[in-house]
Design a protein around this ligand. Structure first.
Ligand code: ADP
Length: 545
């Protein structure tokens, strides 16, 4: 017998209509690049979404057309996030931090037909406009930046649409959004989310044991809306009726802390780099900000070291560690403590919280090696594989990458991890960053996290350098805290407590900063290139230890 329940398509329309009906007064706060703030309410935004969807259809948008955005995070970008898919198109945010030729490659590969661009990003658009073939471009006024006469305006596009426009019925499996992987491991590839996957992912973010986003929250989306589906927040916040705070470009650590204080933020999300900056600001000015209550910080994209989690706790900023990727929408695991762990001592609890956590509901994980599945013993590493209703089943138009999926339907993440008997994932490395010394793997992530516990260290990245005998050896690139000094021997002694002799880096070099990707992750490929010819100290010197 089949179930006798309604088969209502899961589309973004129901998320939007819920906000319009129940939360019209809830605010979306946008910070412009010049630091000024503008406020809009869900009620008005929803009406504008109807108008924009109508206007896009009148402009010729057909089912499945890609509409790119080149925008910072603000209310108009949120309108585009909804209106484009609800008019039958696919919203495709472009990353303005990439090189213009790379943006052009992505736009061409996606087959973008239309573009919405912030006036302040117009000069960037001009640097690649001749490499793409967009039919229409509309400019959104954000910073009053000059734009050549005759260019169509976002507000006039909107005014051609009707507020009472009725969205056409959509299939829940229709494409809704397209995002490209940030390309830390090769050419960017397109991931295509469906209405259904976006709705289910939004529900997952709102569940009590994940992030518990609710109407009572004010959410600061530090992660930009052009990165990994805006981490799912634009949709989950609208669904929950949560206040949304959108910092645009040029928002420094102090500005973020001001927003958390001033807007009564309860949840904020960003990569660890951002929180390192916030921590420095808080250390310099410990009484500088008064938060309304504890703030949940969703941290992902890279691993926050236990030291960062511990230090931020002192200021009422509680890191929730999550793991995901563009291909997983992104939420896949969440590092919450289980109830029986609450009485544990701090040391053990921080150890758990610095792991990436266990799978969100509906997400399945397994660890694989060529010889088969790896046990969840917390010690044996394997490649993490994932599947679930918001995990990509292939890339857009990239048949050469089909090997990322197994024959039995799992996605090979390229991340190497252990999973403990409680189910907590601990990322050891990316397959590309693994250090293979004499046939043994060394985890760069473990070494980095340990080094970042050292009081003199602001940041550290560990990379593999070629070695004649061991094939590869670890080298640590260390950024010291302002005013701190240290020498390599101190670091060796510091690490010797926790690591075997052969795992300790052969060298510690100092740098002013670690090169980063467009979204703030360590760019280890650049470091490997820079230190390719680095050679270890002479053996007799090292024996003295
Ligand atoms: P790219 O794969 O191009 O970097 P993504 O932005 O999708 O693009 O990044 C996903 C990757 O980021 C993951 O595969 C993983 O290596 C890394 N990552 C995500 N979350 C975490 C985390 N909590 N800890 C460590 N690494 C993480």
């Amino acid at each position: 017998m089949r179930g006798l329940m309604m088969d209502v398509p899961l589309t973004l329309a129901s998320l939007l209509e819920r906000a319009r009906r129940y939360f019209p007064q809830v605010e979306v706060v946008s910070r412009r690049p010049d630091g000024t703030i503008s406020r809009a309410k869900y009620g008005a935004i929803c009406r504008r979404v109807h108008r924009l969807a109508d206007a896009l259809q009148q402009a010729g948008l057909a089912r499945g057309d890609r509409v790119a955005t080149l925008m910072w995070s603000h209310a108009a970008h949120l309108e585009a996030y909804f209106a484009i898919p609800l008019s039958g198109g696919i919203v495709h945010p472009l990353n303005p931090r990439l090189h213009p030729s790379e943006i052009a490659y992505i736009a061409r590969h996606a087959g973008d037909r239309f573009l919405l661009v912030d006036d302040v990003l117009w000069p960037l658009y001009e640097r690649f406009s001749n490499q793409v073939s967009l039919e229409r471009v509309w400019v959104h006024s954000l910073g009053g930046a000059p734009v050549p006469a005759g260019i169509e305006r976002y507000e006039s596009l909107l005014s051609s649409g009707a507020e009472d426009f009725v969205f056409s019925p959509l299939d829940e499996n229709d494409a809704a959004g397209m995002f490209f992987t940030s390309g830390t491991t090769g050419r960017p590839k397109g991931v295509v989310y469906s209405h259904r996957s976006q709705v289910l992912h939004s529900m997952a973010l709102c569940m009590a044991d994940t992030l518990a986003i609710s109407h009572s929250d004010a959410v600061l989306l530090v992660a930009p809306m052009y990165h990994v589906n805006g981490w799912g927040f634009p949709y989950s916040c609208v669904m929950a009726g949560a206040k949304l705070v959108l910092p645009g470009a040029g928002c420094g650590p102090e500005d973020l802390l001001d927003l958390i204080e001033g807007e009564g933020v309860t949840i904020a999300c960003a990569v660890p780099t951002v929180w390192f900056g916030a921590l420095e600001a808080l250390r310099k000015n410990p009484g500088g900000w008064k938060f309304r209550g504890p703030v949940r910080l969703l941290v992902g994209g890279a691993a926050p070291p236990a030291s960062l989690i511990r230090e931020l706790d002192r200021f009422g900023l509680r890191i929730l560690h999550a793991w995901g990727m563009t291909e997983t929408s992104p939420l896949a695991t969440m590092g919450r403590l289980k109830v029986h762990m609450q009485p544990w001592n701090d040391e053990r609890k921080y150890e758990v919280r610095s792991k990436q956590g266990f799978a969100a509901p509906l997400i399945d994980l397994r660890l694989m090696r060529p010889e088969g599945e790896v046990p969840w013993d917390g010690a044996t590493p394997g490649e993490l594989e994932v599947r679930g209703p918001w995990v990509a089943s292939s890339y857009y138009n990239a048949p050469e990458a089909a090997t990322r999926w197994t024959d039995d339907g799992w996605f090979r993440t390229g991340d190497v991890a252990t999973i403990d008997p409680e189910g907590y994932v601990k990322l050891v490395d990316r397959t590309k960053d693994l250090i293979k010394s004499g046939g043994e793997w060394i985890s760069s992530v473990d070494l980095e996290n340990a080094l970042m516990e050292h009081p003199a260290v602001r940041e550290a990245a560990v990379i593999a350098v070629p070695h004649p005998k061991w094939q590869e050896r670890p080298l640590a690139v260390v950024v010291l805290r302002e005013g701190a000094s240290a020498d390599p021997e101190q670091f060796r002694v510091f690490l010797a407590d926790r690591f075997a002799e052969w795992q300790i880096p052969d060298g510690f070099v100092f740098a002013k900063e670690i090169p980063r990707t467009s979204v703030g992750k360590f760019l280890k490929s650049a470091l490997r290139e820079q230190y390719r010819d680095w050679s270890p100290p002479a053996p007799d010197m090292r024996k003295k230890r």
